[in-house]
Design a protein around this ligand. Structure first.
Ligand code: ATP
Ligand code: MG
Length: 541
């Protein structure tokens, strides 16, 4: 009956790409993303300048920042951006590496698909290869270090920051990163935990990067509420409040009818009385510092100042929580409930001038695990890139402290894996071994790109490196020295990285490459036309 009548399953206008055309389009899009960031890889990599739709500029070398800022449309390209984000969350560093690797894996797969190797065979081969690579990383390449070995921690931080725009100040910054992380290390049972979210990073442009400091305490980006308040309070007893010290304004318009002048006075006295009571409560608790998340009425500030109490208002909730942890204070919701038991303690609370602004420094806190880093730098773009580099370094240092395993950088780890996987491939057998070989070849993109970005002949560098990793005198630590392009022991150059960064980069690169390879059909629904400005269309596009 139905013969000759086309059955429409998909809505009209739906686009469809199948089989080879689907995978070709996916692979091309993912490779385009990988190519875009490849030139930033390594200490000699170039930076990117990104301009958003508002005209704001970001200058960075950080893979994940670049990919977050650019507006990609192709679904496969978006998946690659996700890889960068995962890598960033897990390790802080290695985002460019993960994306470049994924792109290279796809490039090699394309060649295999052309030779009629089925994508499922390729994905299986990649899976086998990555498992072996992880085993090699753990057993043969990773080097155990002591978490207390400061030199190693500093080297890892320097390597992580070496590829960023902060190159000139990386020694000072590496030291700051290591000192900061070591302050927040905790031992819980058998595990060592270094949660870098506990480190508060503030930035102010002005001065130079060399003025960046580690502060033993918490910095709040606010000045004191009244000029008559003391600039500094020693032996601070701190109250934290998350509600306003104001008389609430009614939401609906209200009227007070007053019949004689005495009533006005009564009304004002009543208000004043309430304000005084608030200040009395603060004073009675014994607090000499008040940190408030919401507003404080000018009259209240005036009375607080009269009583010599240091108060700051409109403080961020996250800062209040950090202060609670640092000083041992409890956050109070209603001022009426404040008692001496809620107060926290710090040696000093002081307003200091940083550049043009005043900030509040809470130092000498009860909890020694509270530190902040105050970043300085010539312009906002500089302080932003310093912050990104420091975040990488902080996470890298914390990975080394938590795991205690590092590996050589400069492409040494990737080359060594490639050499060993090539030997391993024949033992796999079947067509999968082709994919294992392709995987090995793909790993070499890292030293290749490092050399290329350094202005060296990548082919020569690769030949030298392979030579150094094979034969009786093989040395697994040899990578490319970007000062002269020679194959050099990376431990001698002190270019080392946490193993966690490599492990995660490999596994996420393979995951996304495999996911893209398994797709044989792209069904995209028709784009709805953009709704007219001010139109009633309920969708955001
Ligand atoms: N002095 C050095 N000599 C040789 N290679 C280096 C040196 N410093 C860093 N590298 C290498 O540079 C690579 C890291 O480059 P880069 O920091 O640009 O990318 P990423 O860490 O993958 O991504 P991102 O830092 O953007 O998240 C690593 O392979 C590292 O071993
Ligand atoms: Mg890096």
């Amino acid at each position: 009956m139905l013969q000759g009548t086309p059955i429409l399953v998909l809505r009209e206008g739906t686009e469809r790409a199948r089989d080879k055309s689907a995978s070709a389009s996916n692979i091309a899009a993912a490779r385009a993303i990988a190519d875009a960031v490849r030139s930033t890889l390594g200490p000699r990599g170039m930076d990117k300048m990104l301009v958003d739709s508002m005209g704001d500029i970001t200058i960075t070398n950080d893979g994940v920042t670049i990919l977050k800022e650019v507006d990609v449309e192709h679904p496969a390209a978006k998946m690659l951006v996700e890889v960068a984000k995962t890598q960033d969350q897990q390790c802080g560093d290695g985002t460019t590496t993960a994306v470049v690797l994924a792109g290279e894996l796809l490039k090699r797969s394309e060649a295999l698909i052309e030779q009629n190797v089925h994508p499922t065979v390729i994905t299986r081969g990649f899976q086998i290869a990555v498992q072996e690579a992880q085993r090699l990383l753990e057993k043969e390449i990773g080097q155990t270090v002591k978490a207390s070995d400061e030199a190693v921690l500093i080297d890892c931080a320097r390597t992580a920051m070496g590829s960023k725009g902060v190159y000139g100040s990386r020694d000072e910054l590496a030291k700051i990163a290591v000192d900061a992380v070591r302050k927040i290390v905790e031992v819980r049972g058998e595990r060592t935990i270094a949660d870098v979210d506990q480190i508060k990073v503030e930035k102010r442009h002005g001065g130079t990067i060399a003025d960046t400091r580690l502060i033993d305490g918490i910095i709040i980006d606010k000045e004191r509420g009244h000029p008559r308040m003391p600039r500094e309070v020693k032996d601070a007893k701190i109250a934290l409040l998350n509600s306003a010290l104001e008389i609430k304004k009614t939401e609906i318009e209200s009227k007070i009818s007053i019949k004689n002048p005495g009533q006005i006075q009564n009304f004002l006295d009543e208000e004043d009385h309430n304000f005084r009571k608030m200040v009395e409560t603060v004073k009675a608790s014994g607090a000499n510092v008040l940190v408030c998340q919401k507003g404080i009425d000018d009259v209240v500030l005036h009375y607080l100042a009269k009583d010599g109490i240091f108060a700051v208002k409109q403080v961020k909730e996250s800062d209040l929580q950090k202060l609670a942890r640092a000083t041992g204070a409890k956050i109070v919701t209603g001022i009426k409930d404040l008692t001496s038991a809620d107060l926290g303690h710090a040696h000093s609370v002081e307003e200091r001038k940083v550049g043009e602004d005043d900030m509040t420094f809470v130092t000498g806190c009860q909890n020694p695990r509270s530190v902040s880093i105050l970043i300085r730098g010539g312009t906002e773009h500089v302080t932003q890139e310093v912050e990104r580099s420091l975040q990488d370094a902080l996470k890298v240092v914390s990975s080394v402290i938590e795991d205690g395993v590092v590996c050589p950088g400069g492409g040494a780890t990737e080359i060594d894996l490639a050499v060993k996987l090539r030997k391993y491939a024949p033992t796999v057998g079947g067509r999968e071994q082709l994919a294992v070989e392709a995987f090995a070849q793909a790993l070499e993109v890292i030293p290749w790109a490092l050399a290329e970005n350094g202005g060296f002949d990548s082919i020569n560098v690769l030949i030298d490196l392979r030579g150094a990793h094979e034969g009786p005198n093989a040395n697994k630590n040899v990578g490319v020295n970007l000062a002269d392009g020679k194959a050099t022991d990376m431990w001698k150059l002190r270019v080392i990285e946490p193993l966690r960064v490599k492990r995660q980069a490999l596994s996420s690169a393979v995951e996304v490459a495999n996911m893209i390879l398994r797709i044989d059909d792209i069904i995209s629904s028709k784009k709805s036309p953009p709704s007219p400005p001010g139109g009633a269309g309920g969708h955001d596009h």
